[in-house]
Ligand binder design. Sequence first.
Ligand code: GLP
Length: 234
Amino acid sequence: MRVIEKNSYEEMSALCAGILGAQVLIKPDCVLGLATGSSPIGAYERLVRQGEEGLLDFSRVRTVNLDEYCGLSGEDPQSYRYFMEEQLFSKINIKKENTHLPDGCAADMEAECAHYERLVSSLGVDLQLLGIGHNGHIGFNEPAGDFPSKVHRVALAESTIKANSRLFARVEDVPTQAVTMGIGTIMKAKKILLIAGPDKEAILHEALEGPITPQVPASVLQLHPDVTVIFSRK
Ligand code: GLP
């Protein structure tokens, strides 16, 4: 595992975009696993800029996102599909049909989970971008009694609902469930890139240096052969 410390959000974002961009240059038809949250926004901005400048071509890139809220359609501004369209997809030359997120409104959620698991496995993720929650969650894999292996529906932890309520008008508006790649799904990625800001210092320390336990889901990354962590001190 490589841990790289940076002095600002801008420096972290620049390096993160550099690594994602390098992946696209090395393998133009690569599969990128993408994340939402505040952490990757700066990196996405840089990828957009590099696309506009003709430095990156996304026309053959495929993407799979980690997770989606249950009950929010892609048109809902709070959905992760909407976030990805706003921050990245609508601003680069990626084909919409090559961008994938779980369907949070699927009538049959069991079938949707199985379908998304098959999709991610069959595509094969070259590089998975991750953020980390204050409780150590990755994707929406909350602290639990075991490491969930596959895409599944999850009840969000109170602390996650509270943390994510900053993006909603009222805490009651935050969905209480989500569909997420499982820990096993995430661990199949060839390479993993985790980015985290200063508010995550304590949990990052616990995840990277503490015992490997499903109570700190990100601790499982200690078992992955190719993980890069970028931590920004400010
Ligand atoms: C959400 C997402 C996670 C993300 C986390 C941290 O809960 N489901 O994938 O890593 O938030 O987000 P932020 O980067 O905003 O701290």
